[in-house]
Design a protein around this ligand. Structure first.
Ligand SMILES: NC(=O)c1ccc[n+]([C@@H]2O[C@H](COP(=O)([O-])OP(=O)(O)OC[C@H]3O[C@@H](n4cnc5c(N)ncnc54)[C@H](OP(=O)(O)O)[C@@H]3O)[C@@H](O)[C@H]2O)c1
Length: 264
């Protein structure tokens, strides 16, 4: 990653900010994008203290023009893009029959799926020039169904279908696609998850102390980026779950139900 120009969406906190810190220590040049300028600035300062050159861009990935601006800002600052990490995302925690306004599902799709599609669309010509890498931060919910996550799971399945298709289209172009499927990771995503009334649920229903640390999650992401791996399915439960989905799909339904009920 040394001297590589890496664009990270959703870099103001959580996985995106930790990815920025770990890549800063490896000598990457960073383009950090998100909506919260204060958090973005703090994340960038931590990267600079590790010796990295960093720019920040305020952007809402649900807006295509903002995604175009991220790409333009990266080119203006560094003249090239080597890696695009589509990480920005939002979650939900509500049964479908409890959701008051179905518009919530459209917003999640717009941020998680269309945000990644917009950024990829504008970065792709430049990634072709650099024989670069596209990373999609999906979720185990992008591989299997999860109760209380109908809209989130749909958006992550959409990412999977989009990037698995794009990977085939890009065969021979020099551009690689790496998909990441984390399980529960200890970030603030669940406090901010949209509840039945459309507002953040504020208190995480997950036992945050018992799930994967953000540092470990990002170590696995960085290794996948460096190895240009096709995909990484995190946790033993995730890997076993994918096998079970093929041979005993109702069993993986029960495992997903239990994970939500027990919060781990
Ligand atoms: N934590 C987990 O358990 C887990 C598990 C599987 C997958 N993931 C995925 O990992 C990614 C990062 O999640 P996280 O856990 O790090 O969550 P987080 O701590 O809540 O961070 C989410 C990031 O996305 C940004 N973001 C949200 N909406 C945005 C928008 N419309 N435009 C631009 N940026 C936006 C947020 O920044 P602003 O609010 O400043 O815009 C923030 O930087 C997500 O795609 C998530 O689905 C997380």
């Amino acid at each position: 990653m040394k001297d590589r120009v890496v664009v990270i969406t959703g870099a103001s906190k959580g996985i995106g900010a930790e990815l920025a810190r770990q890549l800063a220590s490896r000598g990457a040049k960073l383009v950090l994008a998100a909506r919260n300028v204060a958090e973005l600035t703090a994340a960038a300062e931590e990267c600079r203290s590790r010796g990295a050159t960093v720019i920040t861009l305020k952007a809402d990935v649900a807006v295509e023009h903002d995604c175009q601006t991220i790409v333009a800002g990266a080119l203006l600052a560094f003249g090239r893009i080597d890696v695009l990490v589509n990480n920005a995302g939002m979650s939900m925690w509500a049964r479908f029959d409890e959701i008051e306004d179905v518009e919530v599902l459209a917003r999640i799709m717009q941020v998680n799926y269309m945000g990644a599609a917009y950024c990829t669309r504008h970065a792709l010509p430049h990634l072709r020039q650099s024989s670069g890498l596209i990373v999609g931060i999906s979720s185990l919910a992008g591989k299997v169904g999860v109760p209380t996550r109908t809209g989130y799971s749909a958006s992550k399945h959409a990412m999977t279908g989009f990037f698995d298709s794009l990977r085939i289209e890009l065969d021979g172009s020099g551009v690689s696609v790496t998909m990441i499927y984390p399980g529960f990771v200890a970030t603030g995503i669940r406090e901010n998850a949209t509840g039945p009334d459309g507002k953040p649920i504020m208190v995480s229903p997950v036992k945050e102390g018992e799930v994967m640390s953000v540092e470990e999650c990002v170590r696995q992401i960085v290794a996948a980026m460096e190895g240009r791996k096709r995909e990484v399915v995190m946790t033993a439960r995730g890997k076993i779950g994918l096998f079970l989905k093929l041979v005993a799909p109702s069993l993986i339904d029960r495992i997903a139900k239990r994970a939500i009920e027990t919060g781990r």
